[in-house]
Design a protein around this ligand. Structure first.
Ligand code: NDP
Ligand code: MG
Length: 396
């Protein structure tokens, strides 16, 4: 029986992780849960999974949560705020922590879990992208494992099993192409939030769905792959694969290429992150290559989607630059979701902020440098988006 704590239990990753726990009650047990502000769903989850400790990030929601679970016996320890989430992350005998929080908000809880000796099932890629220079040495220091739950990185991790040291030559990340993959470039200026939220293959949280539409998600995954697998940026490629059946590939020194395939279903990488190195038999739909039909591939279009190259550049710059790229992206996506900027403003704002950070890029950042870079980049995006204000008003 594996004891796990789940951060971000009310989100897309969180609810799918709990589906797995519900399906395999003799294998997994929930120790702790955290959510942002969704009291109704969190209360329901507490009732079903009976965690020992729970945190809700929005402190204003604590009383509502207390009332919603007042009849439950025994009561879990209830905490609130960012510090509450950190307490849950490091609590008790959980062996692994699933990080399903969205954004850099996952960084401090993830570090707390590592310092408490817990393995990390990593969905929250922003944490590693912003915090790689700090997180990777901590993983080494505390001897914990980082088990990728992002589907591409899970695919690579699965292909790497049993590969001798030095055998890996190249990583090939597949990308669905996002909501606008078949839209001509000159139509991108007019797209709405609702259009961008219609992902062709995956059902996910809003932020990552917009990242998929801009292809920043793939750029972020390039940096994630660099930190997870230690590959140079020159040896990490992207290929568009609209069917999302091949979840990624690795090329070996002798030119042999290995891939991992499956229906697009996040439960599979999540289950493997929880069960590694074991393989648990499931009753999920099995891949049928005839039904899945043609598997096609094309080159990524960097003119249409500048975010991928912005991410490669930030990754190559290293230091605090990936944290700046990530924070600028988070803030720009939030403004787009709030209909304050247009879709094509997202890469423009990120580029401006990254350019400005070049002279201040901290090459070997400590945690405080990363947090400062994150705060600075968010503020810069807000300031620069105001400068766009007149244009936006004239366009709308
Ligand atoms: P969702 O938006 O669906 O869920 C996010 C979760 O985090 C919710 O439980 C939310 O709480 C909580 N949350 C939000 N903000 C904060 C905060 N500031 N502090 C603490 N908790 C917070 O996101 P996803 O599940 O889609 O994504 C989660 C992570 O996994 C992301 O990093 C994403 O990139 C990654 N990922 C997701 C995939 C997917 O299929 N969804 C695939 C691969 C990676 P509440 O809703 O209660 O406010
Ligand atoms: Mg992915």
């Amino acid at each position: 029986m594996k004891a796990i704590t789940l951060l971000g239990s009310t989100g897309s990753i969180g609810t799918q992780t709990l589906d797995i726990v519900a399906q395999y009650p003799d294998r997994f047990r929930i120790v702790g849960l955290t959510a942002g502000r969704n009291v109704t769903l969190l209360a329901q989850q507490i009732r079903q999974f009976r965690p020992e400790i729970v945190a809700i990030c929005d402190e204003d929601k604590l009383q509502e949560l207390q009332e919603a679970i007042a009849d439950i016996d025994p009561q879990p320890i209830l905490l609130a705020g960012e510090s509450g989430v950190v307490e849950v992350a490091k609590y008790g005998d959980a062996q692994a922590v699933v990080t399903g929080i969205v954004g850099c908000a996952g960084l401090l809880p993830t570090i707390a879990a590592i310092e408490a000796g817990k393995d990390i099932a990593l969905a929250n890629k922003e944490t590693l992208i912003a915090g790689g220079p700090v997180v990777n040495p901590l993983i080494e220091k505390y001897g914990v494992k980082i088990l990728p739950a992002d589907s591409e990185h899970s695919a690579i991790f699965q292909c790497l099993q049993g590969l001798p040291e030095g055998g890996l030559r190249r990583i090939i990340l597949t990308a669905s192409g996002g909501s606008f993959r078949d839209l001509p470039i000159d139509k991108l200026a007019e797209v709405t939030v609702a259009d961008a939220l219609k992902h062709p293959n995956w059902s996910m949280g809003q932020k990552i769905t917009i990242d998929s539409a801009t292809l920043m998600n793939k750029g972020l995954e390039v940096i994630e792959a660099h930190y997870l697998f230690g590959m140079d940026y020159d040896d990490i490629d992207i290929v568009i694969h609209p069917q999302s059946i091949i979840h990624s590939l690795i090329e070996l020194q002798d030119t042999s290429v290995l891939a991992q395939l499956g229906w697009p279903d996040m439960r599979l990488p999540l289950l493997y992150a929880l069960s590694w190195p074991e393989r648990i038999q499931t009753d999920w739909p099995r891949l049928d290559l005839v039904k899945s039909g043609d598997l096609t591939f094309r080159e990524p279009d960097h003119e249409k989607y500048p975010c991928m190259q912005l991410a490669y550049a930030a990754g190559r710059a290293g230091g605090s630059m990936p944290a700046v790229l990530n924070a600028a992206n988070e803030q720009a996506v939030a403004l787009f979701l709030a209909e304050k900027i247009q879709f094509l403003d997202i890469p423009k704002l990120i580029e401006k902020v990254c350019d400005k950070h070049q002279i201040d890029n901290c090459k070997s950042p400590a945690l405080d440098d990363i947090l400062a870079a994150d705060r600075w980049a968010r503020q810069e995006v807000l300031t620069k988006s105001m400068e766009l204000g007149d244009r936006i008003l004239s366009v709308r």
